[in-house]
Structures are given as structure tokens and as C-alpha cells.
Write a protein that binds this ligand. Structure first.
Ligand code: ADP
Length: 802
């Protein structure tokens, strides 16, 4: 309801105006000056009209009107001027000029004035009405606009591929978009304020609830990763986000939230982490089998509900290396299942098929009939169904060209479904496993070869390896030692060039046949090597041993047989001849003749016995059966008995002398054996002086005991042979060109006996440095036997090698 402002400096005029206008029933506000009127207008503007006196002291009506018109808030309020005086046109114009709507002269007709004021009141009310209507209209339009825009937002939210929801400031859900219903499979009427919590994975729920409570309290942005159950029962990772929407006052009006499917990203991250961990396990484990078992453990439940590793055995069977599930009870069940129905290598499904074909298998959703097909009987099928297999993934593990096993991943209760990216992950894993297996096998092979090489280096047999082009690949230590050819000079060279005698002899050795002994002349030395050859894909390997020495001994042995039989035959022939002569009845033999013949029999029997003794003694020495009786022996005395015995049958032209200083110390020796040594030396000196000559025996103090020197002027021994004459069966002249018989055992026996007495024996030429290399001027044999310092002792027999 509007009011009326009455302005007049005279109270009676104001009263009159009030009386006139009162019947209009509106509030009348009176001001007794211009200034007061303006003050009134400062507070309120609900005036339908202002009745303004023109003549007033200080501010007159015109001046007040100007101010009113200038102020925006009041400029539209109609002004009616009241005047008693200013009827002139000048004033009237001024009144209209400053915005008056009317100009009323005093004294005015109350009826007319009332009517005029009523018009303005009416106008004000009309305006007011129009304004109200306009406001209402605007509000309606706004509401409509809001509804339309909310609808648009809803459509937008529904069209979004993410889950979108809103909730009130307390967090109770007020809206879910279409994607929510599609994803969860919920019906409209099932949804309520806390529906989300029934679809969140139980493991992720506590953190989600905690985070939610915190953001509801502090108004922060809610952001959590959790698994959300889909209509098919599987869980997929989502990133949940919610932001508060605030009203003008800053209070939280509602929350708007989204859940974005980040499952693929999460799975890839998880797969990458798993691959990293699995790679670590594979490379850290000492044995790749253990590594694969560790990997299977890692895989559950991160990648799958089940993980198994199968290996192809050498006999073609399929062995289960690992079988894992997060729940040990299930593992026991599956193990029993596998025992009852072991993987069939010929099986057309599963790991067996993957191992056979080398192709990976991915079954995102295992169809019901697949289990029926895979089962061997009803019982099997039932047990398989109990596993609740949902998704199946199996990749081959390759070693070199062939498949040696398979890794199987199976999902069941988690409801997870394998997809292409899981296949890629599994293949990557199998690749790593293959690399590790390959490495391990290479390592084993290298180790095996290294061992073989070490064995080749250390065995006593020479080994030479040739490639198919007869190039030398290996020449072992023993080969070097035997031949004196260094590996460095020979490896890599063609055998025909680098190995003397290869082309003439070695190539003829039967491959895979019996060993053959062939002569090779290497650096002026003849070697007899026994070769055996084996051919293999990459060439031929020869093993050989040095038979040179055996050959020499063999040679000597056959010489010995010839010599001994000759040596035996000669005295036998003499005995036989003498006996036959003695038995002849037709011959009248004189006593002397008979005596001489009997002497021949006796001497030759002696010689026979001597030869047989030598052979026996040598064999006793070889077998270590000879007993020693060490005692204190008088060197001069024992030598004298030897000289005396020799003198009884000295050939013509040979003289035998003996010299010994007085006071020689006794020696520690077996007297019998010492005598044998001296006898042999004296007899040789005589025997190898076929042209006669002096034989001298001297005894004296030597460096290490008592020393004998037996020298002759006979055939002598070339310097190069002086060591060898002590070898068994060795004779300088095996063919007896000078007709001197012997067995080649005498000096060997001497050496062995002297050695047992801790003494030494050697020979020197009598004229070293002469043109004929010492031979011809005779030789001197020396023997040195330790002085007896301790009482006589018994020593056990000593075994020696030839
Ligand atoms: P043998 O029965 O042949 O004499 P030994 O072992 O006693 O056997 O001697 C070996 C070889 O040494 C003899 O065959 C001979 O050639 C040589 N020999 C030994 N003693 C002498 C010597 N005093 N002078 C020259 N040659 C000797």
C-alpha cells in the first residue's frame, strides 16, 4: 500500500491537506520543509505521489523537486505542486520543467485534489501489480529453465561411460546414472542411499568408508581406488571421485561423484609388477625349477586363482612341477585330482595340448561343454566342475626349438576373466622362463664341456681332436708331454702339416676299431704311439699312449729269449757232448781225459746254474721278494775271496790284480749280495777283455763309504751307453758279433743290489775324450757302499720298478 508525502511550511495548510486526503485511506506522511521532505525520501520510496508546496523558506518547492528528480530512487515519483501565488506562466512552466505532473492553485477544490491524488495512487498500484506479475513470471521461467537444465544434466550423466551419482550433504545417494544400473545390474527399485557399499569389494570397503567419512567431515575431494562388482559377479577396478557442490553461503549443498573403470590400467600395472617380481624369482633362484615354483606361488591370487607349471619329461610323460592356489586346502584337492587323473601327454586339451603344439591357449570364458569334453569320466567331470573353472590361459615354455613345458593360469571364484593383455603377460613370462632355462642348460653344457676339457687335460693319454678338415682343435697336456710338441704350435694347424707321421700312419688307424701302434719320428726321436680313433659329427678324436718304452723292453725281451736260449744251449751242448763221450763203450778213455770231461760237465753245469740264478735273482728283485741281511762286512776280505775264485779260471792273457789300503772300515752290507756284485763286475771285466789285458780291482775310502774300482782295458763302453748297460736285458752287442755271451742281467742285478745297500754304482771310460768316445780303452766300474756305523740290521725287502 503506497503512502502520500505532503510538504508545506505552514501547519494549517498541512492540516487542510490531511483532512482532504484522509478519506483515501492511505498513510499520509507530512514534512514541514523541503529539507524534511528530502530526509523522508531518503528512508522510503513507497510514495504514490508527493504534494509539494512551492513557496517555502530556504528550499522552495522547485529546488526540492529538482533534487527528487535527480535521485534515481525517487525520480519516478509523481510530484504535484501546490501554490497560492505563482499563477504566472513563468512559474507554471518551471514547475513542469522540474518534473511536476500537475500544478494546483490554492485554494483548491478538495474533490478535485482528491481525485487527482487517487489517480496517482491507482497508477502506483497498477505499476506495483505489473511488477509483481513480472517477478512471478521471471520466477516461473527460471524454474522451468532449472528443470530443463537438470534434465539436460541427467541426460548428459546418463550418456557418460562412467558411473555418476549424487548424494546429499550427509552422503546419502540421491541419484545414480544409467551406467550404474547397467554395470551393477541393479533394478531401479533396488537402489537406495547405500547401494554402492554392497557392490564394493569387501577388501576395499574399509578404506573407502574411512576416506568417505573424512571427506564428508572436511569437505575435501574424495578419491579412492576400489573394485566394483559387475552384474556378472566379476570385480573391476574403479577410480571413485566425488566433489562437494556448495550453495551461495558456502555450505555443502550436495556431492557429485564418478567412478571410472581403471581395471585395464590396474591389470597392466599388476601384470608388470608381477613380471618384474617373477623375473626376479627366476633369475635369483639357483635352479630354474625352483624359480618356476616360486613364480607359481607369486601368481596366486595376483594374476589368477590357480597357477600350475607342467614339464615334459624325457620319457614323454608330463610332470607337474608346481600347482598353486591361495587356499592350501584347494591345492590338496587339485593334487589328488591330478594324481587320480594325471595329465595325458596325448591329451587334446590344456597343458598337454599346449606342450605338444607349442601354441598358447586362451579361453576367456570356459564353456560348460569344455569341461565335459576334457573329463575322462563322470567322476572326473564332477571333480573338475567343483574347481569352478571360469577362465583358462596356458602358454608354452620353449627351450631352444622345442617346447619343454607350460604355465597354466586359471580363474575360478574371483570371477576374473582373462583377456588378450593377460595372454601377452603370460607369454612374456614364458619367454623369461625360457631364457632362464636356456641359460641354465647352456651353463650345464659349458660346465660339462669344461669338465670334459679338464678331464682331457689331466688324463694320461694323449688326445688330439681334428675337425672334418683335419685341422687340430685340441692337443692335450699328455700329448704335449709325450711328443714334446707344444699345443700353441699345433692347435689350429692342419694335422698333415703340424703332426709328423700323421699322413703316413695316423690316417690309416681304423676308426672305431682296435688301437694300432704306429711309429712317429718327432724331432729325431722315434716314438711308438698306440692310437685309437673315434669319429663324431664334428670330426675325429684320437687317443694315444706312448708305447716306445714297452716296445724297447719287448725288443729286449725277445733279444733276451734268443740270448738266454743260446746261453743255455752252449753249456748244455758241452755237457751233453762230455756225457755222451764218457758213456761211449767203444772209447777207451784215460783217467785224465775222463777227469777233463767230468770237469767240463761240472763247469758248464755251474754256468747253467749261474744263468738260472741270475734270471731268478732278477725276478726276485723285480717282485721285491729279496731278503736283505745287513751286517758288518770286511771289504778287503770279501774282495779277496772274489779275486781268488776268479783267478782259478782266468783266461789266457788276462791278469787280475787287487789293491787295498790297510785299515779300511767295515761296510754295512749283506755279504752274500755284495760278493755277487763284485763277482759280476770282475767277471765282466774279464769277459769283455777278449784280447786279454790287465784287470785291476782297488778298494779305498770313497766320498760316501768304501769305494771299489774294477777296471779293464777291454772293449769299453761308449759314453752314451754307460747308463743303459745297467738296464735289464740291455746288451751292447746283442748279436754277439764278438762272440761274448750274456743275459744282460748282470749289471741290472748289480745296480739293484747296490741300491738296496744304500750304495751307488756307475761306470766311467778309462780314456774319456778320446776319438772312439771312450770305447776301446776299457772301462772302470765303481761301487760305493756305506761304512758300517751302526750294528747290523735287518731291512724288509724293497720293491722296485724296472
Ligand atoms: P751280460 O750278461 O751281457 O754281460 P751285463 O748286465 O753284465 O750283461 O752287462 C750288460 C752289458 O754291458 C754287456 O752286454 C756289455 O755289453 C756291457 N758291459 C758290461 N761290462 C762291461 C765291461 N767291463 N766292458 C765292456 N762292456 C761291458
Amino acid at each position: 500500500m503506497p503512502s502520500l508525502l505532503l510538504v508545506d511550511d505552514r501547519p494549517q495548510n498541512l492540516l487542510a491537506l490531511q483532512a482532504i486526503l484522509e478519506p483515501l485511506g492511505h498513510e499520509l506522511v507530512s514534512a514541514s520543509s523541503g529539507a524534511e521532505a528530502l530526509r523522508c525520501l531518503l528512508h522510503r520510496d513507497d510514495f504514490a505521489v508527493i504534494l509539494l508546496d512551492v513557496q517555502m523558506p530556504d528550499l522552495d518547492g522547485f529546488e526540492v523537486a529538482e533534487v527528487i528528480k535527480q535521485r534515481e530512487r525517487t525520480s519516478l515519483i509523481p510530484i504535484i505542486f501546490l501554490t497560492a501565488l505563482s499563477k504566472e506562466e513563468r512559474h507554471v512552466f518551471r514547475g513542469y520543467e522540474v518534473g511536476a505532473v500537475d500544478y494546483v492553485f490554492k485554494p483548491f477544490d478538495p474533490e478535485i485534489l482528491r481525485a487527482k491524488v487517487a489517480v496517482f495512487i491507482d497508477l502506483w498500484e497498477k505499476n506495483q501489480q505489473i511488477r509483481l506479475q513480472a517477478e512471478q513470471l521471471a520466477e516461473q521461467e527460471l524454474a522451468e529453465l532449472r528443470r530443463a537444465s537438470a534434465e539436460r544434466y541427467r541426460q548428459l550423466a546418463d550418456a557418460m561411460p562412467q558411473i555418476v551419482w549424487t548424494s546429499d550433504s550427509a552422503g546419502n545417494a540421491t541419484y545414480y546414472n544409467r551406467r550404474w544400473f547397467e554395470y551393477t545390474g541393479m533394478a531401479d527399485d533396488q537402489v537406495d542411499a547405500t547401494a554402492w557399499s554392497r557392490f564394493t569389494h569387501p577388501d576395499d570397503l574399509p578404506e573407502t568408508i574411512a576416506r568417505r567419512a573424512q571427506t564428508l567431515a572436511d569437505g575435501g575431494v574424495f578419491e579412492v581406488e576400489y573394485r566394483f562388482r559387475a552384474a556378472d559377479g566379476t570385480y573391476r577396478w574403479h577410480l571413485g571421485r566425488a566433489v562437494p557442490i556448495r550453495d551461495e553461503s558456502g555450505e555443502i549443498d550436495f556431492w557429485i561423484g564418478t567412478a571410472t573403470d581403471i581395471d585395464d590400467r590396474k591389470r597392466i600395472e599388476e601384470a608388470q609388477r608381477f613380471l618384474l617380481d617373477a623375473g626376479g624369482k627366476l633369475s635369483m633362484s639357483l635352479d630354474w625349477r625352483t624359480g618356476l615354483q616360486e613364480v607359481a606361488k607369486l601368481a596366486v591370487p595376483r594374476i589368477a586363482d590357480w597357477c600350475a607349471v607342467h614339464l615334459l619329461e624325457e620319457d614323454g610323460a608330463i610332470a607337474t612341477l608346481a600347482l598353486e592356489h591361495a587356499d592350501p586346502a584347494k591345492v590338496v584337492f587339485a593334487q589328488e585330482l591330478q594324481q587320480r587323473y594325471p595329465p595325458d601327454p596325448g591329451g587334446a586339451r590344456g597343458a598337454a595340448e599346449v606342450i605338444r603344439s607349442g601354441n598358447a591357449q586362451l579361453m576367456p570364458e570356459v564353456p560348460a561343454d569344455a569341461i565335459a569334453n576334457a573329463a575322462r569320466d563322470e567322476m572326473h567331470e564332477q571333480l573338475l566342475r567343483e574347481l569352478g573353472i571360469r577362465s583358462f590361459l596356458c602358454v608354452p615354455i620353449n627351450a631352444g626349438e622345442s617346447t619343454c613345458g607350460a604355465i597354466t593360469f586359471v580363474t575360478a571364484e574371483s570371477g576374473r576373466r582373462f583377456a588378450d593383455q593377460d595372454l601377452r603377460m603370460a607369454e612374456e613370462l614364458a619367454l623369461r622362463a625360457s631364457a632362464v632355462i636356456e641359460n641354465a642348460r647352456l651353463y650345464e653344457e659349458v660346465e660339462r664341456r669344461a669338465q670334459a676339457a679338464r678331464a682331457l687335460e689331466t688324463i694320461a693319454d694323449g688326445v688330439v681332436l681334428l675337425d672334418t678338415d683335419e685341422r687340430i682343435l685340441l692337443w692335450n697336456h699328455a700329448a704335449e708331454a709325450m711328443t714334446g710338441l707344444a699345443a700353441a704350435d699345433i692347435i689350429g694347424h692342419p694335422a698333415r702339416e703340424a703332426l709328423p707321421g700323421y699322413a703316413d700312419h695316423v690316417v690309416d688307424v681304423d676308426v672305431d676299431g682296435r688301437p694300432q701302434t704306429v711309429p712317429l719320428e718327432i724331432n729325431g726321436r722315434e716314438l711308438w704311439l698306440s692310437f685309437s680313433a673315434v669319429r663324431f659329427d664334428e670330426g675325429t678324436v684320437y687317443a694315444f699312449r706312448d708305447l716306445t718304452e714297452e716296445r724297447v723292453i719287448e725288443q729286449m725281451r725277445s733279444d733276451f729269449v734268443a740270448t738266454v736260449s743260446h746261453e743255455l744251449r752252449t753249456p748244455l751242448a758241452a755237457i751233453y757232448g762230455a756225457a755222451v763221450t764218457l758213456r761211449r763203450p767203444d772209447l777207451e778213455l784215460g783217467d785224465e781225459m775222463r777227469h777233463r770231461l767230468l770237469e767240463v760237465v761240472a763247469d758248464e753245469s755251474d754256468r747253467l746254474a749261474q744263468i738260472v740264478n741270475d734270471v731268478l735273482l732278477a725276478s726276485h728283485l723285480d717282485s721285491g721278494q729279496l731278503q736283505l741281511r745287513i751286517e758288518t762286512v770286511d771289504a778287503t776280505k770279501v774282495t779277496k775271496t772274489v779275486i781268488d775264485a776268479a783267478r782259478t779260471h782266468l783266461p789266457d792273457g788276462v791278469t787280475l790284480t787287487f789293491k787295498a789300503p790297510k785299515g779300511l772300515p767295515p761296510v754295512a752290507a749283506d755279504e752274500q749280495q755284495l760278493r755277487q756284485v763284485l763277482v759280476n763286475l770282475v767277471e765282466n771285466a774279464v769277459k769283455y777283455s777278449p784280447d786279454g789285458g790287465p784287470v785291476e780291482v782297488k778298494v779305498a775310502r770313497g766320498e760316501r763309504g768304501v769305494r771299489w774300482a774294477v777296471s779293464d782295458r777291454g772293449l769299453g763302453i761308449p759314453a752314451s751307453e754307460r747308463r743303459r748297460v745297467f738296464e735289464k736285458f740291455y746288451r751292447l752287442d746283442p748279436n754277439m758279433t764278438r762272440g761274448i755271451g750274456g743275459t744282460g742281467l748282470g749289471l741290472y742285478i748289480c745296480r739293484e743290489l747296490v741300491r738296496r745297500l744304500d750304495g751307488r754304482i756307475w761306470v766311467e771310460g778309462n780314456d774319456a775324450g778320446s776319438e772312439d768316445n771312450g770305447a776301446g780303452k776299457g772301462s772302470t766300474f765303481y761301487v760305493e757302499i756305506p761304512v758300517a756305523e751302526r750294528p747290523a740290521r735287518e731291512t724288509p725287502p724293497v720293491k722296485t720298478a724296472v
